[in-house]
Write a protein that binds this ligand. Structure first.
Ligand code: IMP
Length: 205
């Protein structure tokens, strides 16, 4: 069975392939967007991660005729009522300006005491099948917001995020190796949760 992974990030396809291999799922061929005729990317105007993941997965099915997996992710800060949330990539206005996004978030959280600095990275993965069936799974990575950036690795809000697993060591997500981050991260958890659905779909042809 062929499954389109509707993401421009080749890392996500490789991560899903690793997770399928580890789960012993065979008979699934993951295809990147570059393997199907190109189509206009849909506008991600959903109010939730699930809305946006489904928008992307449905567009993949509509344009390729293949079962499609898509994900959407971001940072949820309880003190900010779950924001930046779906606005994570463009929290400071422009799209994908990590430094400006981090500065704004730090300023907004300036006076917030330690015990109310909880945050979580969230990833929602959607699998949409050509027969119209839709499956959605969420993965969360809990932690705390630091008071300044730490570390040079990762991307996005990683330098501000102290994972719960690191409360004693004190390394931010940007100070973990890529392998350590993969093993803990929201994305891996959401993709793993989707594996049984992928296995069922593959078994049914
Ligand atoms: P996307 O869903 O991968 O496009 O991510 C949306 C935005 O959420 C990114 O631009 C980042 O700001 C933030 N984000 C999602 N996952 C992570 C992560 O693992 N580390 C840091 N920031 C993330």
């Amino acid at each position: 069975m062929k499954i389109l992974v509707a993401s421009n990030n080749a890392k996500k396809l490789r991560e899903l392939q690793r997770i399928l291999d580890q789960a012993g799922i065979s008979g699934v061929e993951l295809l990147p967007l570059s393997e199907v005729p190109s189509y206009a990317e849909p506008v991600e105007d959903g109010r939730t991660f699930a809305d946006n993941a489904l928008i992307k997965a449905r567009a993949g099915v509509a344009n390729s005729g293949l079962a499609t997996i898509a994900d959407d992710s971001g940072l949820e800060v309880a003190e900010l009522n779950g924001m930046p949330g779906v606005l994570s990539a463009r929290w400071s206005g422009g799209h994908g300006d990590d430094e400006a996004n981090n500065e704004l978030l730090l300023a907004q959280m300036g006076d917030v005491p330690e015990k109310r600095r909880g945050a979580a990275f969230v990833s929602v993965c959607a699998l949409v099948l050509p027969d119209g069936r839709e499956f959605v799974e969420e993965g969360r990575w809990e932690g705390h917001l630091l008071r300044g950036p730490r570390g040079l690795g990762g991307f996005g809000y990683d330098p501000l995020f102290l994972p719960d697993e690191e409360t004693t060591g004190g390394r931010s997500a940007a100070e973990l190796s890529p392998e350590e981050k993969d093993a803990l991260s929201h994305r891996g958890k959401a993709l793993s949760a989707l594996v049984p659905r992928i296995a069922d779909a593959a078994a049914q042809g």
